[in-house]
Design a protein around this ligand. Sequence first.
Ligand code: IPM
Ligand code: MG
Length: 389
Amino acid sequence: MKNYEKNLDEACAKFRKILEEQLTRVEDMKAQGDFTDYESLETIKIGVCGGDGIGPTITAEAERVLRFILDDLVKSGKITFVTIDGLTLENRIAALKAIPDDVMAALKACDIILKGPTTTPQKGSGMPNIESANVAMRKALDLFANIRPVKVPEEGINWTIFRENTEGGYAVGSSGFNVTEDLAVDFTVTTKQGSDRIARLAYDYARKNGLDRVSLVTKANVIKTTDGNFLEDCHKVAELYPEITTDEWYADIMTAKLIDKKRRRDFKVLLLPNLYGDIISDEAAEFQGGVGTAGCANIGKKYAMFEAIHGSAPRMVNEGRAQYADPCSMLRACVMLLSHIGYQDRADKLERALDICSFEEKKLVITGRPGGATCAEFGDYVMETLKSL
Ligand code: IPM
Ligand code: MG
């Protein structure tokens, strides 16, 4: 038996630090106030971060359409747009930080963020091992709910995924370590406060939208403590919503049931811990036309950030095809943004225009390549359609 004492001591010290940080986070959650009331703000500041790869192209298009929809409110001063330039891979590598300090300060000075996809350096890529900017932003701004709608009307699919966004495998995802050269550990984290707040949001959404079913998705048969607690806390919240049926699924069988055409139309609201939500939302988006068509809301009490669910597609940029990128994911994110800040009528109109352009009329089709429509042409098409509504 080798002597591992030193390794064990070091590992325990690291683990202790992780636990202390998480306990501080729990105290912060307990101290948190209520959701921002956008109506009471004199000005709603929307920060726009382009990101990497195709990010700047599709984000600029989304901003153009958003400005068009909010024109009167921009003129009256109720809404302002702020460009936040520095969230690029180069700057992050230079600062060796997921989000450079000046960018973080600029983000925190806004109420709402519209964010393009960012590139996450992977282990072994030759780039420094920096945490994903998405994950860092969700944690730093405490954006605990990742809401991902998926809709395929002709298949009867209308799902809203409520993915817990700050805990699970992501809470300390970049703080795992090698205990010895043979043994590595990562951690997954669940807190009572974290599970309770995402569950309340999901059940509230179901109630407000007349949806009578919430499906809980975990691997509590294997990951017994953290997933087990998540389930238990969700059930406690469910008791406050007696008109809603709650059912439980394991994540593996849920991925299978989503391709079962007879069963999948029964799902309405899915409520999941972070990692399962990440995986299942990509699968779900595929039925709708791929991740390029899906946007999401990252909601916290104080801040909210809206983004695509896909990555930055550096290959499209390297092959000179960025102008053919599909802005629909970011435009769908704008629908959620408009709804979140209280302009539901404008959100409905944009959603209607996107449905017309993408599913019904389809005058322009984006293929991601020359021959297909460009991102800007599609933006024009959406604005033309909006004028006719
Ligand atoms: C998403 C993405 C991110 C995640 C990546 C880019 C870190 O896949 O928003 O779903 O895993 O959350
Ligand atoms: Mg994902």
